[in-house]
Ligand binder design. Sequence first.
Ligand code: SF4
Length: 354
Amino acid sequence: MITAVKPHLKKGADLSAKRVMYWRIAQALVWMIGLAIFLLLIFYPSVGLLILWNILIPIAPALLVVATGLWRNICPLATTVLLPRHLNISKRKKMDPLLQSKLQLVAVIGLYAIVPLRHAIFNTNGFATALLLFLTTLVGLLMGFNYDWKSGWCSSLCPVHPVEKLYGGNTIVALPNAHCDHCVKCTVPCPDTTPNFHPAITKKNIYQTLSGLMIIGGLPGFIWGWFQVPDHTGETNAWVFFDAYIYPLIGFLASVMIFILFEGLGKEKNERILISSFAAAGVSIYYWFRIPALLGFGDQHADGLLIDLHNTIPQWIIMAITCATTLFFFYWLVYRKPKLNSWVIRPEYASRAH
Ligand code: SF4
């Protein structure tokens, strides 16, 4: 039996039935968009691939920087894998913190292993992308059936979660928690409800230290390397996979070494600035390449093209937009005073009465 224990709650933590309904409607709408994209990937792959890779995914990094909690509340995968918990059919096991640390490292490795495959397979193959989404959902659901709230997937194995932790260090507002009705401390510290959370906040074991280093230090270089590789079309062989991984790997290693150097030279009190600078670098490099590609000014021909404005607008406008986004992300993540916002507000604690 669960009984509620009132902690010191922020205003808005208690969701009225009406507000819960609004969040459920938002979750259902985004879930249906997710399902539509999944079906398009199978039956109309060119449309599904365009919507997924060239509309939805390019919005995601900026959303994670500004309002991580919004994504945590409406992510269609989260809505699916948390369904067993919402329906009270999850076994609600408490995850061992050491196992969770290991799974968080697996999530980081999974991110770096899967993303290069976009060039080799997923950017051009709708069915393979649908299969990837299906298998990911299946694993997430299995975890959701076994573990309590977000410990099974959203705060451990999800490969997007390391990026949320890196980019979501200074969000605009703490939203109500639209999933956990009561907090059972499934994850300590909880990334959703700890203000200014970042990937190096806990270094209690080698798995946490490694996953923090890999995502903070490695991501900016990895993103740079990823954009040096064109999408593969035609016959697939071992070289295609070598090409897909080699530049991101080189970028990752170079970036990790730069991070270790700065970390060694800097003072501990400046750790937040170093981490947020690497976060800002990662998201800025992403849009530095992604915006020109979306608008027809990319280096890799038509890869990642949304609308070709190449003959419509001058190149300096694209340069101005990419400089502005870079300035914005460094202002938002590094220069701006930490706002002490968590992604979402912690709900009432639950205490188990046996
Ligand atoms: S708010 Fe509590 S129950 Fe929800 S994810 Fe965080 S620790 Fe788990």
